[in-house]
Every structure is written in structure tokens, then in C-alpha cells.
Design a binder for this molecule. Structure first.
Ligand code: NAI
Ligand code: PYR
Ligand code: MG
Length: 565
């Protein structure tokens, strides 16, 4: 798209200025002001987008705290979308941590207090009888390609509303998905967070979380509405609780293009990160021993993703590949002896037999902890998805370093305050030997005078590209092989492949280019395996992705009463 693109717009006057999608503020030209009844509604000066960005950035900079900057940007999003996305694009590296992790976690945890304006669709349990009507009200006349929904149970480990819209922004900013063609949805089935239930300003449904059959029926109603009205859409699930995430993905993924970001997005970005790490250590994924600390949606998603990659790429039988993984959750090592109430069905492929662990110290409850596991297993890879801040202590990190030359340590819990180990400490304790990546952004660290860049292993580095690849090919499904194709492409862009001391993953400043490549890889794979519904070939994927990338540009408006509104 260029600045000359013409949009036929049906809105005039206040309505146009109040519509964030079409509002240009002081950038409306003189002729547009005349045609759209804006002459007296705007100050004299016509600004360029550059001038608007400069002013907005100065205002943003004047806000002293990250959360104030976040609120400012949130307001800007509801006033002028092009300006919002342009500003973010121009200051990507600086502003992603403001609109996404870690600051967004603060905004989400204070959602009801910071609330100014609704975004997307709110579907609430007691209103389920009108769900389809409410859905159609919101999507009338729209061509929706992407639906991002969350039931808010596991929002960045803190539990409140507001994540769907933040994840949608990343899709547009990094992935090039037109925000007019995406819909963010809050599925409000209550909350078990007592603080929220007792907060008279809480904007959600103040009720204990609905579970069991009632929950399943509510969710099913929503999924069937999506399938009926937007059969080619991608349905993105975000931050569902651990008892629902995997179950729901399994239930629906063979009938619609479903994507669970915490399971599959995190699995994919971590697979890419580890492909790069084993490139540095000149070994194979199948030659590692993995300890996964926190075996919930993300931890188990990563485990399965890695296991599947080992089975396909390294031709290892599945049971042998399963045996490379040691899961640890709240009750210690996942072993046969674990009390059945603390065991989860999803862990069944990775349960340790008790005989092998007879010689290992257990706590009073008979559980085996992380340190004991590391001492016995001598893992080469330690991944944290536990929300347990500081769990990787000096003793644990040093034990990792004793067991292998270059321990790969990925403390992935978000936001930053929940990280299992500060990368600076892990780097120091291992004298710079550890290969590190975190879930939230961290500054480079210096050990023995040398700078180490800490890669951000966050699903946002890959999910926009995975999604766009599926959308552009109108894929019926989001298959494992499409996800692996995206992960491989991401891994091939790792800076560490050129310089082993560089970051394991590309920088977020390069996220748009990286996701472009991921989209192409996913689109090629979707066509190759026959889940795509397009009449162009795999060879055309790169050009098609390029043509369809959305960019924030004003274009030129012509009034047309039958135009866009
Ligand atoms: N870097 C990234 O891209 C991503 C990071 N995450 C982060 O990972 C963390 C977990 O997220 P989800 O898997 O979605 O949550 P989840 O609730 O599905 O899983 C958390 C797991 O950790 C376990 N756990 C809790 N306390 C523990 C402890 N003290 N020791 C061992 N295990 C413990 C829980 O029982 C549960 O199985 C969050 O902080 C989240 O922000 C999640 C998705 C993506
Ligand atoms: C990144 C992400 O999806 C999470 O922390 O839940
Ligand atoms: Mg998440």
C-alpha cells in the first residue's frame, strides 16, 4: 500500500474523528476537511504523520513510568490507530516492553482500575443466550480472519482480563495482520481471584469461575459460532488455565484452524531457540537431557514440541525421545510415586519409574526436588515455566554447570519479576558459559568484561508469523508440521549461528522481518501438505505474503455514503 491508496469512507464530522480506524486528527488534508465536515473541528495546521509521531513521542517520553506510557498508548490506540501503529513501529524495541511483557502484565493486573474504553467483544457467561446475536453485532460487515480469545485464567501468571487485545496488537504490529480483520474476545466465565471478587470496581462478572460441563458448553457455543460465521479464520487461544488449555486444543484442532499460543507458540519459539543453542554446542536435540520446571501449558507444550522435533528430525523412536525429558511441577519430579491427586493425565508419556530414583533424597512428603533431579540427571537443558520467581538458585545453576560444558538455561516465566533466575546471575555463576534466554526482555549482561546479549524467548517472536502463514493460505487447520516449519525458519535466523556468543534468537527490533520469514515458511508448508485453500502455488508464497502485509498508512479519503464505516 502507498500514501496514494484511496479509501471510500462513509463517516463525517465527529463520527469520523471518534473512529480510531479512520481518524487522522490534524493530518486530515484541507480537501478532506472540506469534504468530511471537519474544517471547524480541527485546528488550522495540517500535520504530516512524521510531525504527529514526533509530538506523540514527546508526550510519551514525558510520562515517567512504564505503566503511564502504557496507558498513554492505550488511549492513543482508541483515538488514532495509524498513528499508534506508526509510533510503535518507529520505536519498536523501546515500546514492545511497554505494550507487551513486562508492562502489559501490570496493566492487566490492574485492568479494572485502568479501564477507559472497551475493545473487541466481551462474551459473559450469564449472557450466553444472546451470544450469537452479540457476536454478529460486533462483526457485522467485517471480514474477520483472526479471532484472539482468552478466558483470562492464566494471564501472564496473574489472572485478569485484557490479554486478548494485547496479543492482537502484536499480530498487527509484527505479523502484518490488518487490525480491521481481527477480533479480540474476552470469554468471561468469572474469576477465582478473591481480590477481584472483592473489588467493587472490578469490570468483569463478579462470580466464581464456572467449570465442568457448563464451561464446556459455553466455550463450545462460542467455537461453533466462529466456525459458522468465519470458517476460514484462525482461532487463537491465550492464557487458558492448565486444566483446560491442552484439553480444548485437542478437542477442536482437527475441525478448525486452532492455535494455543502458550502451548504451541511457546513450544515453537523454544524449539527454535534450542535448535540455535545446539548449533552452538555442535550437538543434536536428541543428545540433550531436559529438565522442565513447571509442567503446565507452556512447559508441557515445549516438551511435546521438542519431543516431536526429535522424533522427526533425529529419527528417534518416540519412547526413547520421551525418556530425555524430566518434568518437575509443584510436587516435585513427575514420577510414579506421585500422589494420584497430584498427577495429571497429560504427563503420562513422561513419568519416571520409581526404581531408578530409589537412591535419591526425597522431602518429607516423598517428593524429589529440582536440585536432586539436576544432580542425578546432569541435564544439558533447564527450562522454567513455573511462575516460581528465583527457583533457579545459585546452587542449582552451579550444579547445571558442573554437569556440562555449556548449560542451556531458559527461565521463561513472565513477567520479569517471576523469572526463575535473573540472567545476570546465571551468567556470573557459570562464568559466562550458560547459553541463556528469558521470557521477558532483559538488558545485556557483562561477565569478565564481555557483553552477553540475552535472547527474548517469547512466543511473540513467532506466533504472528505462524498465524499470518495460516491465514494467508486460508488453512483449514494449524498443523504441527506448519508450526515446525515456522520454528525451523526462525532458528535459521539466529545470530548465534554466526557468532556463538551472540543472542540465541533474533532481536525483537527485527521481529517484523523475522515473522515475515516465518509466515512464508508456514504458508509453503500449508500448501505442500494440502491444508491450504488457495489457488496459488508454494513458489508464490513469498510474494503473496509480501503483498498482503498490512502497514499503518493513512491513504487518501473520498466521501462515499456507501463506503467504509
Ligand atoms: N516465554 C514465553 O513465551 C511464555 C512464558 N509463559 C510463562 O510461563 C509461566 C507458566 O505459564 P503457563 O504454562 O501458561 O501456566 P500454567 O498454569 O499452565 O503452568 C504453570 C505450571 O507451573 C506449576 N508450578 C507452579 N508453581 C510451581 C513451583 N513452585 N514449582 C514447580 N512448578 C510450579 C503449576 O502447577 C503449573 O503446572 C507464566 O509465567 C507465563 O507467563 C507462558 C507462555 C509463554
Ligand atoms: C508470553 C505468554 O504468552 C505468556 O507469558 O503467557
Ligand atoms: Mg500467554
Amino acid at each position: 500500500m502507498t500514501g496514494q491508496t484511496i479509501f471510500r469512507v462513509a463517516l463525517r464530522g465527529e463520527e469520523l474523528l471518534n473512529n480510531p480506524r479512520f481518524n487522522k486528527g490534524t493530518a486530515f488534508t484541507v480537501s478532506e476537511r472540506q469534504a468530511f465536515g471537519l474544517v471547524g473541528r480541527l485546528p488550522f495546521k495540517v500535520n504530516t504523520l512524521d510531525e504527529q509521531c514526533e509530538r506523540a513521542y514527546n508526550q510519551l517520553e514525558a510520562r515517567p513510568t512504564a505503566i503511564q506510557k502504557n496507558s498513554f498508548l492505550q488511549s492513543m490506540k482508541s483515538q488514532n490507530m495509524v498513528l499508534y501503529y506508526t509510533l510503535l513501529t518507529r520505536h519498536l524495541r523501546e515500546l514492545i516492553p511497554i505494550i507487551y511483557t513486562p508492562t502489559e502484565a501490570v496493566a492487566i493486573s490492574d485492568y479494572s482500575h485502568l479501564f477507559r474504553r472497551s475493545e473487541g467483544l466481551y462474551l459473559t457467561f450469564p449472557d450466553q443466550d444472546t451470544m450469537e446475536k452479540d457476536f454478529l453485532e460486533q462483526t457485522k460487515g467485517k471480514n474477520i480472519d483472526l479471532i484472539v480469545c482468552s478466558d483470562s485464567e492464566q494471564i501472564l501468571g496473574i489472572g485478569d482480563q485484557g490479554i486478548s487485545s494485547a496479543k492482537s496488537v502484536i499480530y498487527s504490529l509484527i505479523g502484518g495482520i490488518n487490525p480491521a480483520q481481527s477480533l479480540s474476545v474476552v470469554l468471561d466465565v468469572g474469576t477465582d481471584n478473591e481480590d477481584l471478587l472483592n473489588d467493587h470496581l472490578y469490570v468483569g462478572w463478579p462470580h466464581k469461575r464456572v467449570r465442568g460441563e457448563d464451561y464446556d458448553n459455553f466455550l463450545d457455543k462460542f467455537v461453533q459460532i466462529v466456525r459458522k460465521h468465519f470458517p476460514h479464520s484462525l482461532l487463537h487461544f491465550e492464557d487458558f488455565g492448565v486444566t483446560n488449555a491442552q484439553r480444548i486444543l485437542r478437542h477442536y484442532r482437527d475441525s478448525h484452524a486452532i492455535f494455543n499460543d502458550d502451548i504451541q507458540g511457546t513450544g515453537a519459539v523454544t524449539l527454535a531457540c534450542l535448535m540455535a543453542a545446539v548449533g552452538v554446542t555442535k550437538s543434536k536435540l536428541s543428545e540433550q537431557r531436559y529438565v522442565i520446571y513447571g509442567a503446565g501449558s507452556a512447559g508441557l507444550g515445549i516438551t511435546r514440541q521438542l519431543r516431536d522435533a526429535i522424533v522427526t528430525a533425529d529419527s528417534m523412536p518416540e519412547d526413547k525421545a520421551n525418556a530425555l525429558f524430566y518434568l518437575i511441577d509443584k510436587h516435585g519430579l513427575v514420577a510414579r510415586s506421585l500422589n494420584s491427586a497430584n498427577m495429571r493425565d497429560d504427563w503420562k508419556d513422561f513419568i519416571q519409574s520409581d526404581e531408578e530414583w530409589n537412591d535419591v533424597k526425597r522431602n518429607d512428603a516423598g517428593e524429589i526436588g529440582l536440585l536432586e533431579t539436576i544432580k542425578k540427571v546432569k541435564p544439558t537443558v533447564l527450562i522454567g515455566c513455573s511462575t516460581h520467581a528465583g527457583a533457579f538458585t545459585e546452587e542449582i545453576v552451579k550444579a547445571m554447570a558442573e554437569g556440562c560444558e555449556r548449560p542451556i538455561i531458559l527461565p521463561l516465566s513472565n513477567p520479569s519479576k517471576l523469572v526463575e533466575v535473573d540472567p545476570k546471575d546465571a551468567n556470573e555463576w557459570t562464568l559466562g558459559k550458560a547459553l541463556l534466554a528469558t521470557g521477558s526482555p532483559f538488558l545485556p549482561v557483562k561477565t569478565s568484561g564481555k557483553d552477553y546479549i540475552i535472547a527474548e524467548c517469547n512466543n511473540a517472536l513467532i506466533y504472528p508469523g505462524l498465524g499470518f502463514g495460516a491465514i494467508i493460505t486460508r488453512s483449514r487447520l494449524m498443523t504441527d508440521t506448519m508450526i515446525i516449519a515456522g520454528a525451523r525458519r526462525l532458528a535459521s535466523l539466529s545470530p548465534a549461528l554466526k557468532d556463538p556468543d551472540d543472542a540465541l534468537l533474533p532481536d525483537f527490533a527485527d521481529a517484523p522481518e523475522v515473522n515475515f520469514e516465518v509466515s512464508v515458511a508456514v504458508a509453503e508448508q500449508a500448501i505442500e501438505e494440502g491444508v491450504a485453500d488457495v489457488d496459488w502455488s508454494k513458489e508464490q508464497a513469498r510474494e503473496k505474503v509480501r503483498q498482503h502485509l498490512w502497514r499503518a498508512l493513512y491513504g487518501e479519503y473520498v466521501f462515499d455514503e456507501n463506503g467504509m464505516s
